[in-house]
Design a protein around this ligand. Sequence first.
Ligand code: PGA
Length: 252
Amino acid sequence: MRTKIVAGNWKMNKTLAEAQSLTSEIIGMVADEVKGNVKVVLCTPFPYLHAVNNQLGNNNRIAVGAQNCSEHDWGAYTGETSAAMLAAMNIPYVIIGHSERRQYFGEDGALLAKKVDKALAQGLTPIFCCGEPLEIREKGTHEALVKQQVEESLFHLSAEGLQKVVIAYEPVWAIGTGKTASSQQAQDMHAVIRKHIASKYGAIAENISILYGGSVKSDNAKELFACADVDGGLVGGASLKSREFVEIVKAI
Ligand code: PGA
C-alpha cells in the first residue's frame, strides 16, 4: 500500500500569527473530521517551521515540511538553509525542485540531484517536483521532459534511497492558474512516471507515492485522487484556507 499524502505548499505567504492560526484550525478539523490514514504535510516558510512543528507536538497525522534546502551542509552560503539544519529541528519533509525554484532561481536537474542526496542523507523525505511548461505540453513532448526530469535528479539513487522519495507531478501550466489537468491527463502522466521508475528499479515503483499538484481544489480533488496512480496532492493556493484544505484532505 502506498502512503496517501496531502501536502500544503504555503509558498511565501502568511505572517507568523496567521500561520499559527491556520495550523491550529487544521489540527482541529483533521482530528474531528478526517478518517483513514492520509498523511497531511504543512510546508511552511522557513521562519515558521519551528513554531508550527511545536504546535503539532507529536501529532502522528500531520507533519511539517520545508519548501527547499541547500545542496551544501554548512558554511558561507548567505541566506541558505541546509538539510542538516532541518533534520536537527526534526523537520521530516522538504519540497525539492518546485517549478518556481526551477524557473525563478535557475535550479536544474543536476543541482536538484544534490539536494535530494542531502535531504536523504539527513533522513528527510524529499517531495521531488517535476512537470512540464505549457509550450512543451502543446508540442507534445511532455512525457519525454518529465521522464528526463525524474531521471536527472533521482536515477542515481539506490533502490533503497529512491523508496524514501515522494514525487509530485505538477504541470507548470496548472500551477496557480485555476486550470487543473484533467484526471485523465494526471493519471496518464503518473502512470508514465511509475513505468519509467519500474524500467530501472522494478517492482518498487509500485511503492512510490506520486502526488498531483496544480490548482487542486475541494471541487476537483475527489476525481483526481480517484485515479489509480494518483496518491494524493501538493496543494498551493487552496492550502492557505483551513476549510478548503481540509476538504481536499477529506477527498482522498
Ligand atoms: P496551486 O499550486 O495549487 O496554487 O496551483 C501548487 C503548487 O505550486 O505546489
